[in-house]
Design a protein around this ligand. Structure first.
Ligand SMILES: [Fe+2]
Length: 188
C-alpha cells in the first residue's frame, strides 16, 4: 500500500528530501550532442570532466506518478549553451511538466512531424510538454538552472532517436543573448 508523503524540494539547490534516486551526467558523455565536439574536448582539457547536470528523483515503487528535479550547471561549448541529452518518452501518449524554480533557460521541443517550439524557463514558469514531443533543456544563465519535472512512472525515455538525429534547434549565444538557430547537423 502506498502512503502519502510530503517531499521537500529546495528550489535553489534542487535537493529533494526524501529522494529515491539520483544520477549525474558528466560533460564528456554529452560530447557528441554538441555542434562542435572538438570544442568539448578543449573544454574538458581546461576544466576537467564537470558535472553537466544532475537528476534527483522521487519515484515510489508501485506509484503511477513520479517527480524530481534537474539541476543544470551553467556553461557554454563555444557559443552553444550547456544542454541535457534530450528525449522522447518511450510511450508516445505520456506528457510531462517542467516547473522552473531558479535560473534561466530555454526548453527546446519538436515533434516527429517537424513542428518546433521553444519555451522560456525561469522561476514560476511551468512548461507543459505534450505527449510525443522531444524535449531538451538548455541553461542560458550565469548560475544553476533548477526545475521540477513531473510525469507518469511508465512514460519511459527514448534517448536514442535524439542521440542519432539530434534536436532540430540549437540554443547559442549571439551578441550576448540566447538565440535559437536551426541545427545544421539534424538528420531528417
Ligand atoms: Fe521527459
Amino acid at each position: 500500500m502506498l502512503f502519502p508523503e510530503g517531499v521537500l524540494i529546495d528550489g535553489v539547490t534542487g535537493a529533494v528530501s526524501p529522494a529515491t534516486g539520483r544520477y549525474v551526467k558528466k560533460l564528456s558523455t554529452l560530447r557528441d550532442l554538441y555542434e562542435t565536439p572538438p570544442l568539448v574536448d578543449a573544454y574538458l582539457a581546461e576544466h576537467g570532466d564537470v558535472d553537466a547536470y544532475e537528476v534527483v528523483e522521487y519515484r515510489p515503487d508501485g506509484s503511477d506518478v513520479c517527480f524530481g528535479t534537474t539541476i543544470m550547471a551553467p556553461g557554454r561549448i563555444g557559443s552553444e549553451y550547456f544542454l541535457t541529452r534530450g528525449h522522447y518518452h518511450a510511450r508516445s501518449d505520456r506528457g510531462e511538466t517542467y516547473y522552473t524554480q531558479s535560473g534561466e533557460g530555454l526548453l527546446l521541443l519538436h515533434s516527429r512531424s517537424g513542428a518546433c517550439s521553444v519555451l522560456e524557463m525561469r522561476a514560476g514558469v511551468c512548461a507543459f510538454i505534450p505527449p510525443a514531443w522531444a524535449h531538451r533543456s538548455v541553461n542560458t544563465g550565469p548560475g544553476k538552472l533548477v526545475f521540477v519535472w513531473t510525469c507518469t512512472s511508465d512514460a519511459g525515455h527514448d534517448y536514442g532517436e535524439i542521440a542519432t538525429r539530434g534536436m532540430r534547434q540549437r540554443a547559442v549565444e549571439r551578441d550576448g543573448r540566447p538565440t535559437i538557430v536551426p541545427n545544421q547537423n539534424y538528420r531528417d
